[in-house]
Design a protein around this ligand. Structure first.
Ligand SMILES: [Fe+2]
Ligand SMILES: [Fe+2]
Length: 143
């Protein structure tokens, strides 16, 4: 029998209040699945799809506002995971499709989440920190 590897909140904090809140919401939904229930896997995958659309929109608003230079790559990664979730949820009405959704949920999604936070979101947070500091410095210089 397969077991769910829980995502640990303390391993996924990036020190940005808004982005951390979004990531904790993702973890709460992800960890609350009953992996012995296909209905639960499907409903949590749908809940994660709804969550990620909002989560990504908020990150992308920050990218646009602060002119983040690597937004194209970051947005492409967002679009890719949304398309995958939509595809696997859509195919899950057959037994074969449901098995694929289950594997995706158990193996790929937590891997993606870890990788995305370590590579893309941490880079965005570091960029926001420096650009906010220089923004405030500029304001002080003007005043
Ligand atoms: Fe994120
Ligand atoms: Fe992101």
């Amino acid at each position: 029998m397969r077991v769910l590897k829980l995502l640990k909140k303390e391993n996924h904090l990036l020190n940005n209040e808004l982005i951390d809140t979004l990531h904790m919401e993702f973890i709460d939904i992800y960890n609350s699945v009953d992996i012995n229930s296909n209905e639960s896997i499907k409903s949590k995958a749908i809940a994660l799809l709804v969550h990620t659309r909002n989560h990504f929109r908020k990150e992308e608003t920050l990218m646009n506002r602060y002119k983040y230079p690597r937004s194209t790559e970051h947005k492409n990664e967002h679009n890719k995971v949304i398309a995958e979730l939509e595809f696997f949820i859509d195919k899950s009405s057959s037994i074969f499709g449901m098995n694929i959704l289950k594997s995706y949920y158990l193996e790929k999604l937590p891997y993606w989440f870890n990788y995305h936070l370590l590579s893309m979101d941490s880079d965005l947070v570091a960029f926001l920190r420096t650009s906010k500091t220089s923004f405030h410095k500029k304001k002080l210089e003007v005043n």
